[in-house]
Design a protein around this ligand. Structure first.
Ligand code: ADP
Ligand code: MG
Length: 186
C-alpha cells in the first residue's frame, strides 16, 4: 500500500473537511462537544487551551462561555511570527459574538505552555499512536513540546488513521476526540 506523504494527506483531508456542508459540520461539531462534555475533562481543568475553528476545523467555541463563566482560564492561540502565542481571554467581550472567536487585534495576556492543564488542539490528521499532522508550519510542534497537560486532539473521524507520517519533531497528543468518541494513544 502506498503511504501518502504529509503534503498529500494535508491536501486530501483539508478538502474533505472544507467540503462538509455547514449543516453536517454543525452536527458533527455538536457531537464532538457532547463527547468532550461527557468525559468531564473540562471540569477537572482550570487553565484550558482551546481554539477557534479555522479551515473547516470542528467548532467547539460554544464551550468558551462556559469556561469563562465558571471562573476558569480560557486560553486561545494566536499566530505571532512563526510561533503560537497563548493568550488568556478573560472576557466574552473580547470574542466575536457570532462566532465566539477571537477578535483581531486583541491584546494578549500571555500564558506559558507549562501553565496549561488541558490542551484541546486541532489538526489535519491524527493516528492511533497520537501522532499529529498540522497545516505544515509546525506551530503546534513548537508549543506542545512545553505542554505538560493532557493533550487532546479534536477532529472529525475521517481525520483519524491507523498510521500517518511522523517526523522526530512532531509533537503528539494523548488522546483524540471525534464525533464517534475518544481513543487514547497506544
Ligand atoms: P505541521 O506540524 O504543521 O504538520 P511539520 O511537522 O511538517 O508541520 O513542520 C513544519 C516545519 O516546522 C518543519 O520544516 C520543521 O522543521 C519545523 N519545525 C517543527 N517543529 C519545530 C521545532 N520544535 N523547532 C523548530 N522547527 C520546527
Ligand atoms: Mg508537525
Amino acid at each position: 500500500m502506498k503511504v501518502l506523504s504529509k503534503e498529500e494527506l494535508r491536501h486530501t483531508i483539508r478538502s474533505l473537511r472544507k467540503n462538509l456542508s455547514s449543516s453536517e459540520h454543525k452536527r458533527l461539531s455538536q457531537r464532538i462537544l457532547e463527547n468532550i462534555q461527557a468525559l468531564g475533562i473540562l471540569e477537572r481543568a482550570t487553565v484550558i487551551l482551546a481554539f477557534c475553528p479555522f479551515d473547516g476545523e470542528p467548532d467547539i467555541s460554544s464551550i468558551f462561555a462556559q469556561i469563562i463563566k465558571s471562573g476558569k482560564k480560557l486560553v486561545l492561540p494566536k499566530v505571532v511570527g512563526n510561533s503560537l502565542r497563548l493568550c488568556r481571554v478573560g472576557s466574552l467581550e473580547l470574542l466575536n459574538a457570532g462566532t465566539f472567536c477571537i477578535l483581531e487585534p486583541v491584546e494578549c495576556e500571555g500564558v506559558q505552555p507549562e501553565e496549561l492543564d488541558l490542551a484541546l488542539v486541532p489538526g489535519v490528521a491524527f493516528d492511533r499512536k497520537g501522532c499529529r499532522l498540522g497545516m505544515g508550519k509546525g506551530y503546534y510542534d513548537r508549543t506542545l513540546g512545553r505542554v505538560r497537560a493532557f493533550k487532546v486532539g479534536v477532529a472529525f473521524s475521517f481525520q483519524v488513521f491507523e498510521e500517518i507520517p511522523c517526523d522526530p519533531w512532531d509533537q503528539g497528543v494523548d488522546a483524540v476526540i471525534t464525533e464517534e468518541g475518544i481513543f487514547y494513544r497506544r
